[in-house]
Structure formats: structure tokens, C-alpha cells
Design a protein around this ligand. Structure first.
Ligand code: ADP
Ligand code: MG
Length: 230
């Protein structure tokens, strides 16, 4: 495998049982995707087409029905839950449409969390978290709880948290879906800067074609198949 490929999805399928239990819903029907280092790939598709399902499988949050996933050339098919948790903690940063920050913790504590889970010391974790929040223009918001932050600020804290452990890949599921134009622009600018300065690879799910067009590669998920282009 080309060493430049950080992630390879081969013939990923996913079916869910129907609620009546008598059949199955085939959501993904053989998805192939190569993600290179420093590449931003956009995935568009109508609501219900399976974008989130695919991203969860890629990030080890859900299992495919069939198919294989390779991270840095290593198949994760036989990983146990602990190995998947380690993969997520060390190599993947997630950003979702709704920030999923822990409400009872401050911005600083939320961003420190992945590093503390990894086993970093309190001071290492806080230095990194403060650095990231400062980079994202939040140095005056370290002690704010999520409810005391605006939507754009909450998403910047989420992105800082995703970066806490210096991941190879960011998986972003409609990260600007809840934001106005200015805040959308800020988040996108930060993502592009991460690609340029840190060579981070990003999968960006969006339903906005204008955003997708700015990315390096662009895919549409439709009828369970991922195809290049809009
Ligand atoms: N855990 C689940 N059980 C059953 N059906 C599911 C489950 N998760 C998702 N689905 C179905 O899979 C389809 C794709 O969902 P999703 O991946 O969330 O779509 P998207 O993110 O593109 O809007 C939907 O029809 C949804 O109802
Ligand atoms: Mg979704």
C-alpha cells in the first residue's frame, strides 16, 4: 500500500435490521475510499444517505457489516474495543455538528480530557490545551463552561479538543451545520490551516456544495455508493 495513504476503506457495507425484524436496510453497499496525508476530502449526500454511518465506521465507533478498513496500512477489522478506543484517542479527532462538550467542565478541561485519558500529566495536558485554545482565539474563554460560549466558540473548543493528541486525521460530521456564515468561515479556515501546517488529513461531511468545492477531493454518497464528484 502507498505509504502516503493514511486510511483505506475497501468494499465497506452496512445493513441495519428493519424495525419489524423481517428484513434489512442496506445503507452502504460497497464503499471504497483512500485518504492521503494532507488531503481534505468532502463527502456530500442527501439526508439519510448514510454519511454519518460511514464516518462512524471509519472512526471505529461502529462496525461494518462487511469490508475492510486500514489505518496506516494496518487492518483494524480484528481490533478489540480497547484497541479501537486507543486508535480513536491517539490518531483520530472527531468533530460533530453539535459540540458534544461535557457541560460540567470548562473549555480548558474539555480540551485537556483526551490527553489526560492518554496518560499525559496534568501540566502537559494543560499546556497543550491552552496553546490550542489560544491559537483559536479563545484565550479569554479558558474557564467558561460550554453553556457560557457562543455556537462558534463551542465548535472551536470542539476542534481544539479533537486536536489535543495531535491526530493524523480529523473526522468532521457537518461541523458547521449549526453555524452562521462568519463562524462557518472561521472553522473552515482553521481546518485548511491544519492541512497546510500540520499535514493533517480531514474527512469533512457537509451538505453545502460550496464548502465541498473548496476541498481537495469531493465525493457524493448516493444509494449506498461513494462516487467522486458532485
Ligand atoms: N443504529 C441504526 N439502526 C437502524 N437504522 C439506522 C441506524 N443508524 C442509522 N440508520 C439508518 O441509516 C440511514 C442513514 O443514516 P445516517 O448515516 O445518519 O445518514 P446521514 O448522516 O447521511 O443523514 C438512515 O435511514 C437511518 O435511519
Ligand atoms: Mg448525518
Amino acid at each position: 500500500m502507498n505509504s502516503d495513504i493514511v486510511l483505506r476503506c475497501s468494499e465497506i457495507t452496512k445493513s441495519f435490521p428493519t424495525t419489524s425484524g423481517s428484513g434489512e436496510l442496506r445503507i452502504l453497499k460497497g464503499v471504497n475510499l483512500d485518504l492521503h496525508s494532507g488531503e481534505i476530502a468532502a463527502i456530500v449526500g442527501s439526508s439519510g444517505s448514510g454519511k454519518s454511518t460511514l464516518l462512524h465506521i471509519i472512526g471505529g465507533l461502529d462496525q461494518p457489516t462487511s469490508g475492510t478498513l486500514h489505518w496506516s496500512g494496518k487492518s483494524i477489522t480484528s481490533y478489540n474495543p480497547e484497541q479501537l478506543a486507543e486508535l480513536r484517542n491517539q490518531h483520530i479527532g472527531f468533530v460533530f455538528q453539535f459540540h458534544h462538550l461535557l457541560p460540567e467542565f470548562t473549555a480548558l478541561e474539555n480540551v485537556m480530557m483526551p490527553s489526560l485519558i492518554r496518560g499525559d500529566s496534568f501540566s502537559q495536558a494543560s499546556v497543550r490545551a491552552e496553546f490550542l485554545l489560544d491559537e483559536f482565539g479563545l484565550s479569554e474563554r479558558l474557564q467558561h463552561r460550554p453553556s457560557q460560549l457562543s455556537g462558534g466558540e463551542q465548535q472551536r473548543v470542539s476542534l481544539a479538543r479533537a486536536l489535543a493528541n495531535q491526530p493524523m486525521v480529523i473526522l468532521a460530521d457537518e461541523p458547521t451545520g449549526n453555524l452562521d456564515e462568519n463562524n462557518t468561515h472561521t472553522i473552515l479556515r482553521l481546518l485548511f490551516r491544519l492541512r497546510d501546517t500540520e499535514n493533517i488529513s480531514i474527512i469533512l461531511i457537509t451538505h453545502e456544495k460550496e464548502i465541498a468545492r473548496q476541498c481537495d477531493t469531493l465525493y457524493t454518497l448516493s444509494n449506498g455508493i461513494l462516487e467522486k464528484g458532485l
